[in-house]
Design a protein around this ligand. Structure first.
Ligand code: DC
Length: 220
C-alpha cells in the first residue's frame, strides 16, 4: 500500500487539497482532524471535564469511533451515529485542540489511523501523521500558509455561508490554535525531518493540488 502523510497548521487547506488530490489519484483521503473533533463533540455532549482522567477513560471505553466512505466522502461515526455534520463549529474546533493534547486520546485514535493506511492507498492529513502515525509514509508533506492568508481564506468561506466574523478575531483564533497545537508535549505539530515543505500562501487551490500530485507521482 502507498501512503502519503500531509501535516500542517489549521486552515492551510490540508483537507480540501488532500481530498481533491486523493480523488484524482484514486486514493482514499483520511481527515484525522475529524476524529479528534468527533471525540471533542462527544465529550462536550456528555458534559464531562476532559481533564478528569477517570471520567475521560470511562467515556473512551464506551465510545466506538469508525470511519466510512460514501462516494469518496469521509463520514465519522460515533457509536454508530454519523456526527460529520456536527463537528465543524468553533466550539468543537477549540474542543478538538484541547482534547488532542491528552495522551490517552491520541493513543485511542492511533490504531484506527494505522489500520486505514494498512488496507488502503491513502492520503492522510493531520498534525502528526509523518512524525508519529505513519513514520514510514512513502511521501511526507508539510503544508502551510501564512496566518494572515489562512485567516483571509476562512473569512471568505464564512461570508459564503452568510456567517460574519471579524477578520481580526479569526486571525487571533488561528494564532492561538497554532500555538497550542505546536507547543503541546505529545505529538506536537512540526514538520517530519524527511518532509517536503509546501507553502500555499501564493498558490491557487488547483495549483496546490497539482503540486501535491506531482510530489506523489514522483514516488509512485
Ligand atoms: O485539522 P482540524 O482543524 O480539523 O483538527 C482539529 C484539531 O485536532 C486540531 O486543533 C489539532 C487536532 N489534531 C491533532 O492533534 N492531530 C491530528 N492528526 C489531527 C488533528
Amino acid at each position: 500500500m502507498f501512503s502519503v502523510a500531509i501535516d500542517g497548521p489549521s486552515g492551510a487547506g490540508k483537507s480540501s487539497i488532500s481530498k481533491a488530490a486523493a480523488n484524482q489519484l484514486g486514493f482514499i483521503h483520511v481527515d484525522t482532524g475529524a476524529l479528534y473533533r468527533a471525540l471533542a463533540f462527544t465529550a462536550l455532549k456528555s458534559n464531562i471535564n476532559i481533564h478528569d482522567e477517570i471520567l475521560l477513560k470511562k467515556l473512551l471505553d464506551s465510545t466506538k469511533v469508525e470511519i466510512s466512505f460514501i462516494d469518496g466522502e469521509q463520514s465519522v461515526l460515533v457509536n454508530g451515529e454519523n456526527v460529520s455534520g456536527k463537528i465543524r463549529s468553533e466550539e468543537v474546533s477549540m474542543g478538538a485542540s484541547n482534547i488532542s493534547k491528552i495522551p490517552i486520546v491520541r493513543e485511542f485514535l492511533l490504531g484506527l489511523q494505522r489500520e486505514l493506511a494498512k488496507k488502503n492507498n491513502v492520503i492522510m492529513d493531520g498534525r502528526d501523521i509523518g512524525t508519529v502515525v505513519l513514520p514510514n509514509a512513502n511521501v511526507k508533506i508539510f503544508l502551510t500558509a501564512s496566518p494572515e492568508k489562512r485567516a483571509e481564506r476562512r473569512y471568505k468561506q464564512l461570508l459564503e455561508k452568510d456567517e460574519k466574523k471579524e477578520y481580526n478575531d479569526i486571525l487571533e483564533d488561528i494564532i492561538k490554535r497554532d500555538y497550542q497545537d505546536s507547543h503541546r508535549e505529545i505529538a506536537p505539530l512540526k514538520p517530519a525531518e524527511d518532509s517536503v515543505l509546501l507553502d500555499t500562501s501564493d498558490l491557487s487551490f488547483d495549483e496546490s493540488v497539482d503540486a501535491i500530485k506531482n510530489l506523489i507521482e514522483e514516488k509512485l
